[in-house]
Ligand binder design. Sequence first.
Ligand code: ATP
Length: 320
Amino acid sequence: INTIGVLTSGGDAPGMNAAIRAVVREAIAKGKKVKGIKRGYAGLLQEEIVDMEAKDVSDIIQRGGTILQTARCMEFKTPEGQQRAAEICKKHGIDGIIVIGGDGSFRGAQKLAALGINTIGLPGTIDLDIACTEYTIGFDTAVNTAMEAIDKVRDTSTSHERCSIIEVMGRGAGYIALWCGIANGAEDILLPEKYDYDEQKIVNHIIENRKRGKQHHIIVNAEGIGHSASMAKRIEAATGVETRATILGHMQRGGSPTCKDRVYASTMGALAVDLLCEGKSNRVVGYRHGDFVDDDIDAALAMQKCIPEYQYQISKNLSM
Ligand code: ATP
């Protein structure tokens, strides 16, 4: 490997910059050249490729977002697009690529690997929904951002004796909702993996809690359940308790990464470079049982992950 390309793809996540910085500096330390590819696979197909030096990644470890920017790209999903992308890599002398993103981005990396470009994937998503790893870049920051916001809503919810539905991100995966639900002591946690669409149970829970003298009722609702505002109207009508919905939205994707996200993203970025230098390809970096690991992308994509049942069950007892 002589020249390593790096790109961010899919949704952005805090800590991606720390990973980019680690890739650039570890590669330079190993005597390799680095090229930054802007706007994910879309930028690769547009040849938005820039040389990166150590100074180009100074002052970014503490910043959210991604300096390389990110995109979703339909053209890259076609065999013609992938072929053209591999040719562009060769034209620019890029013989290894590090892709920071989610499962979709890894599928793209898999295609490039099959076309002779060595690829390593780094798990970058706030949703934690990548099966081969217990940690994804950005989850820790996102969940802390959401937790702090929910604390604030809870203060005013208690003062006004309201019920508050707070919608957090996680269209297909309820990890942010589960973690916030436990961390914020939510009375109900609605996860896409568990929700049975029986709103009457929530209504009964609110009425019971009111009788027991609870002054607030916090419902953490994962984005995947949807329509928090109309749910709030229905719950208010059924319980007589003033109910408001707060949708946290994109604030969860931004902000300065936590210490954990900076350290893990830095470690993973450096490890990706080391794997390329060892001649490895079609691998994805993860974190399991206290160690940084790497798996074949095909095997990683075939793995399954589910919400930890024990934590979900105890969350109900802990909010009594
Ligand atoms: P997030 O979890 O944040 O959504 P992601 O990486 O899963 O991240 P996707 O939109 O699924 O996000 O994928 C990002 C890009 O990767 C796509 O826009 C596309 O260019 C490429 N990609 C996704 N799936 C494939 C595939 N099956 N084959 C080739 N490329 C793909």
